[in-house]
Structures are given as structure tokens and as C-alpha cells.
Design a protein around this ligand. Sequence first.
Ligand SMILES: [Zn+2]
Ligand SMILES: [Zn+2]
Length: 353
Amino acid sequence: MQQLNFIGKYNLEWHDVPMPSLPDDQAVIVRPLTATTCDFDGFAIAGFAPIKGPKPLGHEGEGVIINVGDKVTRHKIGDRVIMPWKIACGSCTPCGRGHTAQCASVPPEDSFGWGVNSHIWGGFFSDAVVVPWADFMLTKMPKGVDPLLLAGLADNITDGWRAVGPHLKERPGGSVLIAGFAPPGSIGLYAAGWAVALGAGQVLYADYDQDRLARAAEMGAEPMDLNVETLRSLKPKPWRLEGGFDITVDAGGNPEALTELVYLTARAGVCISTAGIGYPRQTIPFPVYEMYRKSMSFHTGWVHTHSLINEPLQLIRDGVFDPGPVTSTIVQWEEAIEPLTAPFTKVILTRDA
Ligand SMILES: [Zn+2]
Ligand SMILES: [Zn+2]
């Protein structure tokens, strides 16, 4: 079967590899039909990630089940399913708490695509992947919804939702500031679109990239042409308690921007960093006294897709949110290399069943 592999910086190759077989009776084999890029993929293809090729690519998508283990009860051959990016068992203590990105049954970095065991599970830009613990892992594809809208739910769309959705429930009509500042930038754009769709009072999307600013504006956010330096212009003076944004989102992984966002967070507000991948081996100075004084909180971490996916899925089905404006290229499966090695926000590979 064909499998797209990362070889090195801007170097991708289709490899002919053996078709996987079922590792046990709780697993299924899925043929991906719609697959899309995570922001990490853009980062890795550009040579910024500590990964060595060849590595199968792709960890967001949906497909059709082509082989099924004897103990799988919820799924059968021919079912269309969304595969989440992260491997999780569903029965350990963290999974039981909904913290599926921290499943204790697998190594921390165990995912499709770039993960430590992707030589076993595979990547979604290929003809087949192995999904262990399939009854827990997989979400059924709803009928009548365009798969192009749902492929990113496996990771980045759900990541954008969790950056603002739960926090807006606690702060109805709250204000939101998102700092993009890094390609590919899909998570920050999804967060901006979700914030608008979920009724935020004000949604500012700050970035220097005109293409991403235009996509944010298309989703109803207020685009602000800023860079890390000019982001500071939003802050009239340090230690102020009045003003600021109820929710701030660091989607770019820039230490200076993150510190500014903490200052720009309102009293009882929350700052979320979806861009932890940008901070390996860095210690970020945090103004803890400022945070304490205004009772603000800070969240980061991998998205627990398995336990969060249903709400954003339903909202897209209901037409509340359209993730379409974030997509920069829709391409036939075998033509993926060219758009993946050029600048993108989101590349979707598609093919018929
Ligand atoms: Zn990802
Ligand atoms: Zn688990």
C-alpha cells in the first residue's frame, strides 16, 4: 500500500509498505478517505521538529473500516469513522477521567503520524492505519455532513473549540483575544471562528500574516495587524486590573507574546496556550503575582479529543460553526506532496470510498 512519509526538511515521499494486519481482536484497520494537516505537520515539514525520517505523516482524518477484530462490538466493516490523533485505551485511570491525551497504557508521545509507535499504527496520509481499542477510540461519522468539514475534528478543530468553548460557558458573552503569529496557524483560526460562533462579545485575532488575518475576518473575527512588539500596544500600562480580555489564546508559541497575553487577560480570566510545541527546552517567566491578584488561570496541554469531540461535532452538524474558511487547499490524494511542501494553513487530502 502507499504511505506518505516525512524524509527531511521539505522532503516527502510516497513509500510502498506492507498492508498492516490486526494486532489483536480489539483493533480495526481503517482506510483513510479524508485526511488533513495538523499545525504540527507544517512545523515538522519545515524542519523545526526533532523527528527523523522516514516517518508516516497524518493524524487528523476520517475513513472507512476495512478489517475488524473479533471483540469489536460498536463498529463493522464499511462503517465511516473519525480517528482521533492520539492513541488511548479507554480503561486506565486518566482515560476514565476523560484525560485521554494522557492515557497511561501507552507512551506519552503515542499518536498516529509523528508519534513514537507510528511505525505500528501508521499515518493518515496512507491507504491503511491500525486503530487499537477501536470501540473506545473511534467516533462514528454522521450521515449527511460533508467529510471535508469534519476531518480536522480529530485534532485541531477540537483543539480550537476547547481553547474558547468551555471558558465562554463560564463567561457568557466574554471577550476573546487570539494571538496567531506562526504558520500554519489553523488552531488559532479555529479558536477565532469558534469564539464568534459561540457568542463571544468581542473576538480580536492578532497576526502579522495577511492571509490568516483574512481568514479570521471571513469567520467574523476582528483582524488586528500586529506582531509580538505591537501586541504590547494593547496594554496601556503594566499591573492594570481594569480592562483586558476574558479569554486569551496563545496559538503561536512565542514566549514574548505569551507573557503579553497573561498581562492582557482580564480579572478572573483565562489564558490558554494551544502552542506548547513551540516551547521545548524553554522556561517562560510568568508574572505570577499579577495572575494571583486578578484570579486568572492558565491552561495548556494536548487536547483530549476522545472525550471532547462530541460537542464540536454536533455544533458543526447543526451549522453553528463552519470550519471551511481555514482550509487553504483541497487536493486529490496522490497529489498531496506539492501543497504540503508549500505554505499552507490547512491541506485536506480527499478521495472516493
Ligand atoms: Zn496534531
Ligand atoms: Zn488509557
